[in-house]
Design a protein. Sequence first.
Lengths: 268, 248
Amino acid sequence: MAQIKKKSANTHQKVTIDIGDGVAIPTKSDVGLFTAWRIAFFGAIAMFVYLAVFKTDPYWEIIKFVPDGILVTFEVTVASILCALVIGLFTGLGRLSSNKLVNGIASLYVEVIRGIPLLVQLFYIYYALAKFVHVPDIWSAVIAMAVCYGAYMGEVFRAGIQSIPKGQMEAARSLGMSSGQAMFHVILPQAVKTILPPVGNEFVALLKDSSLVSILAVADLLRRGREFASETFTYFETYTVIALVYLMITLFFSKLISLMEERINAGR
Amino acid sequence: MPEDNRRAMVQIKEVSKFFGTLRALDKVSLDVYDGEKVVIIGPSGSGKSTLLRSINRLETVEAGSIVVDGYDIYAKDTNINKVREEVGMVFQSFNVFPHKTVLENITLAQQVVRRRGKEEARTIAIELLKKVGILEKADVYPSKLSGGQQQRVAIARALAMQPKLMLFDEPTSALDPEMIGEVLDVMVKLAREGMTMIVVTHEMGFAREVADRVIFMDEGRIIEEGTPEHFFKNPTHERAKQFLSQIL
């Protein structure tokens, strides 16, 4: 899933990590995609405004009903990504550890989690584990998504850390730093440049996948839509609005990521 | 020389290391005394860098023992980080920290490892930048520096720990010819101040001028050892003669 392109230019290797489960990132060099992004983003906004203003019945009612869900979607996404970052950092470090046990556990976690669909993981934590503990709805959602994305994030961290030349670690260690100090002060601050764009991409992917939690009793954007539609039977209209809202949000973030990447590449 | 009175800073005994079946170090023994300057030369692949890197355990050896500043660096109760604090290392590829300014490169380990305050670390760093002649670059990032300047930052960074021993692993090999001099000048100055130094280099002029002892290595062994005069004028070993005739 994480494909890593290595371009080696003299001693400094530049590594870009493309993860294909977020969104296509519109860069200026890819003119076709850049144009497509504009058409999609501004088209979605225009359509949304048109429906809200000229087709008030039932669109205005739908638009009034769903914002609570957007908030929940963001809450779940942000909480999950933060937990996933922490899990990912430790997983990445574990995957690089020379300690066989630590390395084995981290690798096993990555393999197992990546082999199980997120929806099944959600069901497992919410329904299957209910036999032993009852986890509140929103927490089941956050735990399942954090555990799932932590595995992907682990690979992002691993690749980012590995992109830093070996000499950096040797220089830090030869100054008397412990491996932890060297990692914290020397390696990770440099790896952030490589890690940040794919993390942004994972954020968008997670935001989209958060719609799966509507299966549980979590009132996210999609769930609010379902509630509204099933009461009013306006399936077409409701899901059109839901799709437009998701589209606007993800396209907005994909643009943000591409700007961030540009700034990182321009600096230094 | 009255060798018995002098304290050995580094004692290497019967050290061997293999890369697969290749014997990188073959029962190498070497003592380096306090204040001594030892220059190690030899063809590439002779094990000189491996020997140097094993002194602060960047390479681990399979047999033999290495004692640095009184610590057996392979003993289980030896904290290698403590030993490394006292052993400065300069690399062929500089390895300055690109995300830190020149000044921060020199203060980082002082603060993190030596636990010095910010001001104290800064004062020491500025002194060292004057010494290596790049004070005006203090707030610049390393990518804006030439190779020679980066290597001088790396030397200052190592010196900031106030080490008892400095290891140089081909410090000028990655430099353009016109920048070699500025780095060697700093090293000569350091030697004059009495620093204990072990230097792997191809700079024969430096070896002649600075070394108390020249070590010639080939195929993982020390095969010739002596003062620069002895070594450059009448080497006894055939392989050393051949090597010198090729490079001089």
